[in-house]
Design a protein around this ligand. Structure first.
Ligand SMILES: [Zn+2]
Ligand SMILES: [Zn+2]
Length: 198
């Protein structure tokens, strides 16, 4: 079982560790995640935190140096999820439209892109038109990082959403994958259930 901070610790699939649990009010911080599988060492959403030690400390505890990080995934382009991307000088950066490394801009669709055997991107517009979620197929089941939810309570109505029906369709799509856990953009990992907002 998972302790809701680490997933896939047992078994030979990818391992996911939550580096920082985000929050909104007072202040705003994003949930930051590390995933490792084979040669992949990826950070998801290195965004706003109260201090960089909130990212760097947990990384160090897990034995990962910033120069070890091979990839960064940005769920969308709000600064609370992107502002610390330059902490990782060697990383290839992934978003909804491309992968970026040094001065190379490689355009592609995000849907279905695999960063490793068990880690893949899912296009999930709704919070913004350009959101992606990240699926992790772990020994604890499918874990999904998704900003479609800020925390387990939703919000039911996302004030940033330009089209409520698009948000609902993406939320439904993720729930239809029957994830064991959802890691939201600004909260702790939760187990989705009937009361999870759509
Ligand atoms: Zn946002
Ligand atoms: Zn956010």
């Amino acid at each position: 079982m998972s302790n809701a901070e680490s997933f896939g610790v047992q078994g030979d699939t990818c391992r996911v560790d939550i580096l920082t649990v985000g929050y909104v009010e007072p202040g705003v911080a994003g949930t930051v995640v590390l995933v490792r599988e084979d040669d992949l060492i990826a950070v998801v959403d290195p965004g706003m935190v109260s201090g960089r030690d909130k990212i760097l400390g947990p990384l160090e505890s897990l034995g990962v140096k910033v120069t070890d990080v091979t990839d960064v995934v940005l769920s969308h382009h709000h600064p609370d999820h992107t502002v610390n991307v330059a902490l990782f000088p060697e990383a290839r950066v992934h978003d909804f439209q491309a992968a970026y490394k040094a001065d190379d801009w490689y355009s592609r669709e995000a849907e279905g892109v695999r960063l490793s055997n068990s880690v893949y991107l899912i296009e999930t517009p709704g919070h913004t038109p350009q959101d992606i979620s990240v699926g992790f197929e772990t020994s604890d089941g499918l874990v999904v990082y998704s900003h479609l939810w800020w925390d387990s309570d939703g919000p039911a109505e996302d004030p940033y959403s330009l089209d409520r029906s698009v948000l609902a369709a993406s939320r439904r799509r993720i729930l239809d994958l029957h994830p064991s856990w959802i890691i939201p953009g600004h909260g702790s990992a939760f187990v989705p259930n009937e009361s999870t907002p759509i």
